[in-house]
Design a protein around this ligand. Sequence first.
Ligand code: AMP
Ligand code: MG
Length: 415
Amino acid sequence: MNFPPPLPHDPNALPVAQARELIQAYLAPVRGTEILPLKQALGRVLAEDVASPLDVPGYDNSAMDGYGVRFADLAEAPVRLRVVGTARAGRPFAGTAGPGECVRVMTGAVIPAGVDTVIMQEHVSRDGDHISVEPGHRRGQNLRRAGEDIPRGSVALARGRLLRPAELGLLASLGTQEIPVRRRPRVAFFSTGDELRPAGTPLGPGQIHDSNRYSLYGMLARLGVEPLDLGLLPDDPHQLRQAFAEAAAMADAVIASGGVSVGEADFVRDILAGLGEVVFWKIAMKPGRPLAYGKLGAAHFFGLPGNPVSAMVTFYQFVRDALLALMGCDPVPALPVLQAVCVEDLRKAPGRTEFQRGILAPDPQGRWVVRPTGAQGSGMLSSMSQANCFIILPQEQGNVAAGAPVAVQLLEGLV
Ligand code: AMP
Ligand code: MG
């Protein structure tokens, strides 16, 4: 195995930023591409540069409904010009505008021969087949030039781009029907814990429903990987070892939740160490301190904490970027972090980066402010459900007083 040299770190309290760097050092995009029809490529990653086979737009055209004129005619403005024809989008004017003449032009129409400037229809007065034009125009105004959006031969989209609605439209504007994209990484995931029962089955004493597989499924599906649900596993080393090995054989990445907290940690760590390599174990963050990353053969392994909020926070903070890198995103689009005034006091002890669940909303003055969702227990999924952002409190930060600015990371629009 070709591991990069390990960074110096304390595996029992790794800072968040260092953990991210460490994971990225291990990641390379999955091999394998496929050609997809444009619509099916939504959410995929472009596997090759796309050079434009044509100029977009393909010809000089009008940006406005108005009149195409010869700028030289305006030297003596105000002037009267004779309207000699009409050019519409898709229906060019066949003639030429001579001195003293102009052409009615609609948005998107080919600029007629002789014309070099377009005047908005609101800026002229028309009288029969003549218009009057006041002074104050600029040569070339209201024209869209051939190739001004995308010149022929230029790289319209670079390899590594995540294909969003704008990219689909842009590719269609080049006439593209099919597009080479990377295959979707296969991501196997399972939950571990003797207390867990699948949704839809009754609970015995001390049992709870397995929720992590559902939130994980949702996050994986939104990200655009291929989720493989491997179900529930008891806290049994033999069954876990076998499941880890099987998952690693079928997937590019394996995600387990539960079984990584103190007491159980050595258990999963030993299995992982036996089958591959453990890269780190505990992160200086809250929630989500126990987090394992490693390799299971060729597959990347993420051991997320079992607490449902911790599992989601660690996914968004580490696994998201890692999977986008596996998908081939280059660069991996960063999640926007903004400043907002926090309108409540926050309790925070220095030493760990905290990701509190927050609600960002406009106040009556229209200024966006943030407040915590209330109880922040790492088992309380309702806090994740109410939240629309994380309030990120840096490692060495202490308590925050109401009115202070804090960093917020939006949950909406996470890809
Ligand atoms: P663990 O990380 O296994 O020590 O679990 C920490 C807490 O999360 C315990 O209260 C578990 O019962 C709970 N938990 C673990 N896995 C899940 C799951 N898949 N769904 C809901 N709760 C879980
Ligand atoms: Mg457990």
